[in-house]
Design a protein around this ligand. Sequence first.
Ligand code: NAD
Length: 341
Amino acid sequence: MPYRITLIPGDGIGPELAAATRRVLDATGVGFDWLVVDAGADVMDRYGTPLPDHVLDAIRDTRVALKGPITTPVGEGFRSVNVTLRQALNLYANVRPARSMRGLDTRYENVDLVIVRENTEDLYAGIEHMVGRNAAESIKIITREASERIARYAFDYAVRNGRRTVTAVHKANIMKLSDGLFLESCRTVAAEYEGRVGFEDRIVDNMCMQLVQKPELYDVLVLPNLYGDIVSDLAAGLVGGLGVAPGANIGTEAAVFEPVHGSAPKYAGQNKANPTALILSGVLMLRHLGEVAVAERVEDAVRAVIAEGAHVTYDMGGTAGTSDFADAVLGRLEASPVLPA
Ligand code: NAD
């Protein structure tokens, strides 16, 4: 039976990256039955909303989705489709690995971080209002339930993947109640894993400095929503930029796999953007589906093409287009096929 997967190509560079990724995944021999649905500004006129109900229903039905980036208007217009999707489907854990790759010109060689970001609350709860005409208030929501849940996810992830330490990142010295509760929740959960996974905490500003000075010292980081968003871009920068940073949004009922990067509108339709982040999001999806050997094969193929450097996109120092990179990955896969699980 093929895996039924909802595919949301997204907008900007999304559709061309989705086409490249789909070609690579279809070539693995794992059967996929793609249910393609659109979301974002382009469907506003037709449905009156950027996230029509049938898109959410499709993901609830297939339980797994692969998603390209979707543009969010700044300051006005509709609320982020990405944030709404994560909240509507209760995709509470945003997991973003950042691992060094041979062939990429970066300042560091041995980065192997996993950012585990709480995905449903914090300042992203979207509760904000004007106070008179000249002041605005955004409410930061942190609950014990969501904080313990994300901490438990981070520790379970560490156990499942043989990782050594979870670092909780916070600003509890200033936000003593909200971030204080997040830290306290992490400590409570850490106690359950004592002897199996190490635990430490860092204040977010210090964490940023430590990450640019000695990222190799850190392993799994667990953060509230806003810091997780920012630090995961920072982590992407340590290993070669947004073009190579994959992500997963995991909930109990569904999982949505998408790159860290956005829709990069200035490169849309130019066959120029790097599809690595979306292909590697597909690798995370394969692992989630239990197709571990195939996932490793695709990841190895991507890494080999990048290490070789002859068919890489502009952001990796090359001149290849999106589709040329995908062709090179396909060539590697064809040279070493693996049977699906
Ligand atoms: P962005 O990630 O789209 O682009 C920033 C820059 O990073 C680009 O100009 C480009 O230089 C580079 N870049 C990003 N992806 C790349 C790729 N695959 N290949 C090569 N270079 C790449 O960030 P932005 O400009 O802040 O956001 C643009 C839009 O995307 C906004 O509307 C934002 O809200 C949205 N966004 C969506 C998501 C999502 O769908 N999950 C995530 C982040 C941003």
